[in-house]
Design a protein around this ligand. Structure first.
Ligand SMILES: C[S@@+](CC[C@H](N)C(=O)[O-])C[C@H]1O[C@@H](n2cnc3c(N)ncnc32)[C@H](O)[C@@H]1O
Length: 282
C-alpha cells in the first residue's frame, strides 16, 4: 500500500518543528524528494511512498530530528550553479557565502586564490564562472581535503578548468609563496565564530570546530590571513573576506594601510558579512 507524499511530509514537518529544526517543512520536502529521487518541485506529482521508501524517509526524518544536518543526509549541497558533495569532516557551505562568490565572479582575474577552501565552494564556483582563470584552493584539514578532491574531480569531469589543490596552512608564509605579488584576486571564508558563542546542534556536533571557531574574538585566523592575502596580491588586486557580523570594524582596521577601497557587504538578513578591498602598492 502506498502512503501519500503530502501526508508523510506533513507528519515529518511536525516532528522536525518539535525538534527545533529551523525550516521543518522545507527539510521534510527535500528529504522526501531525495528518497523518491525527484526534484522538490515534482513532489506533488509523485505517486506516493511504497513501504520501503516510507521506512527510508522516516529513518532520515528521525536523524534530521536528532539535528544531523540536512546536507549530510542527502550528501549534497547546492552552491550557486554547482552541486557539491558534503559529509562528515567538512564544513557545509552556506548560502550567504554565495554572495562572496558572486562578487568574486564579477571582479574576475587571471590568478585567483581561495584560502580556507573547505569542500571548495568558492574556488570551484569561481572556476566555473571564470573559465580562463587559474584557481588555487588552499585547505589544511585532511578530511576537508578529501571532499575538496572529490568536488574538484567532479567539476573537472564536467568540463571546468581544473582547480589546483594545495594542502597547507593558509596563515603561513610558505603556502603558494611562489605566487607572492602576482595574484589578481584572493577570497577567503575562514573560521570566524568567537569561541563560546552558542551555535545550533547541526554546527556544534557536525561542522569541525576548526572550521567554525577562531579564538576568543573570532579573529585568530583572519589576522594572519589578511597578512597572507596582502603578500599574495599584486598592487591593485582584490581581496574578499567573509567574517562574523561583529567583525566589521576590527576587520577594516586589520586591512588598514595595506588595502584601499574597503567596502562592507551585508548578507541576506542584513548583517555585515563580508568585506572587499584592494591591495595598495607598498
Ligand atoms: C568556515 S569553513 C569555510 C569553507 C569554505 N571556504 C566554504 O565557504 O564553504 C573554513 C575552512 O577553513 C579551514 N581552515 C581553518 N584554518 C585553516 C588554516 N590555517 N589553513 C587552511 N585552512 C584552514 C577549515 O578546515 C575549513 O575547511
Amino acid at each position: 500500500m502506498r502512503v501519500r507524499v503530502s501526508e508523510a511530509v506533513a507528519r515529518a514537518a511536525g516532528s522536525l518543528a518539535a525538534a527545533g529544526v529551523a525550516s521543518p517543512r522545507a527539510d521534510a520536502e527535500l528529504l522526501a524528494a531525495h528518497v523518491l529521487g525527484i526534484s522538490r518541485g515534482r513532489l506533488a506529482l509523485a505517486g506516493g511512498f511504497d513501504p520501503a521508501g516510507l521506512a527510508r524517509f522516516e529513518e532520515l526524518v528521525a536523524r534530521r530530528a536528532a539535528r544531523v544536518p540536512l546536507q549530510h543526509l542527502t550528501g549534497t549541497v547546492g552552491f550557486g550553479r554547482l552541486e557539491l558533495v558534503v559529509g562528515p569532516g567538512a564544513f557545509v557551505p552556506r548560502p550567504e557565502t554565495e554572495l562572496l562568490a558572486q562578487w568574486a565572479a564579477g571582479v574576475g582575474g587571471e590568478v585567483v586564490v581561495d584560502l580556507c577552501s573547505g569542500t571548495g565552494a568558492l574556488a570551484l564556483s569561481i572556476a566555473h564562472e571564470l573559465p580562463a582563470a587559474r584557481v588555487y584552493a588552499v585547505e589544511q584539514s585532511p578530511a576537508a581535503l578529501e571532499w575538496l578532491r572529490r568536488n574538484a574531480a567532479d567539476r573537472a569531469a564536467a568540463g571546468d578548468r581544473p582547480v589546483e589543490l594545495v594542502a597547507g596552512d593558509a596563515t603561513g608564509p610558505a603556502v603558494l609563496a611562489d605566487l607572492d605579488g602576482t595574484v589578481d584576486l584572493v577570497v577567503c571564508n575562514p573560521p570566524y565564530v568567537p569561541e563560546r558563542v552558542p551555535v545550533p546542534p547541526e554546527v556544534a556536533e557536525h561542522d569541525p570546530p576548526a572550521a567554525v571557531f577562531a579564538g576568543p574574538d573570532g579573529l585568530a585566523v583572519i589576522r594572519p590571513v589578511v597578512t597572507r592575502a596582502a603578500a599574495l596580491l599584486r598592487p591593485g588586486g582584490w581581496f574578499g573576506l567573509e567574517h562574523d557580523q561583529s567583525h566589521r570594524e576590527p576587520v577594516s582596521r586589520l586591512l588598514g594601510q595595506r588595502f584601499t577601497d574597503i567596502d562592507d557587504h551585508r548578507d541576506l538578513a542584513g548583517r555585515p558579512r563580508y568585506v572587499t578591498a584592494r591591495r595598495v602598492a607598498d
